[in-house]
Design a binder for this molecule. Structure first.
Ligand SMILES: [Zn+2]
Length: 200
């Protein structure tokens, strides 16, 4: 908060309204030394006088804190820009998650295949064989589950028929036929079954 800027703003708004420091002080039931302190940027009006001051000067509290009149249109633009930035952040996060899905899926699949290969071609005791099959399968199932969970929740699936973007239930993703991340599912909006692409 820029006290000097706020002070100048109070002074110019006061002059605009035709008040002197004395008449404004009188209207607020204060000494004119208080008004002078605010205008020199020594301190802010206390909360008890702030609202009344804004009423008298016909400014908003927001204007006062910013030391200038805030255009309603500007403040709308500012919040829209912030929303856009948030959307971009989510998109970036989803993109990274989908990369992670690929890594998790790849690692668990490869470790599964390697352990099956070893089981098939290497001489070993039965208990080692069983252990390898078990750990390979567990890594495949757990990895696959995590990869699919990421795919389900990062970004959206887009319906081919109506363009609806949505996040389906885990079960629908799990049971759907797929080619890569494109899955054959029923759109919750139009009810049609079609190939639905993953989009951010
Ligand atoms: Zn649809």
């Amino acid at each position: 908060m820029d006290l000097r800027k706020i002070g100048k703003f109070i002074a110019s708004s006061r002059a605009e309204k035709g008040y002197t420091q004395e008449t404004l002080a009188e209207a607020l039931d204060l000494s004119n030394r208080s008004i002078s302190k605010w205008e020199r940027g020594v301190c802010l009006p206390d909360s008890a006088h702030m609202i009344r001051l804004c009423e008298l000067l016909n400014i908003s509290i927001n204007d006062l804190f910013n030391g200038e009149r805030i255009n309603m249109k500007d403040s709308k633009e500012i919040s829209e820009r912030q929303l856009l930035e948030l959307a971009k952040l989510k998109e970036e996060k989803d993109r990274q998650l989908l990369k992670l899905e690929w890594v998790v899926g790849y690692v668990s699949t490869v470790s599964f295949l390697v352990s099956m290969f070893v089981v098939a071609y290497v001489e070993m005791d039965t208990w080692v064989r069983v252990l390898l099959i078990a750990t390979g399968s567990v890594s495949f199932i757990v990895g696959g589950h995590h990869a699919l969970k990421i795919e389900q929740t990062a970004g959206y699936y887009k319906c081919e028929k109506c363009g609806n973007k949505y996040i389906p239930k885990y079960k629908s993703v799990f049971l759907a036929k797929h080619m890569g991340r494109t899955r054959k599912m029923t759109c919750p909006k139009c009810g049609e079954k079609s190939w639905q692409k993953k989009v951010l």
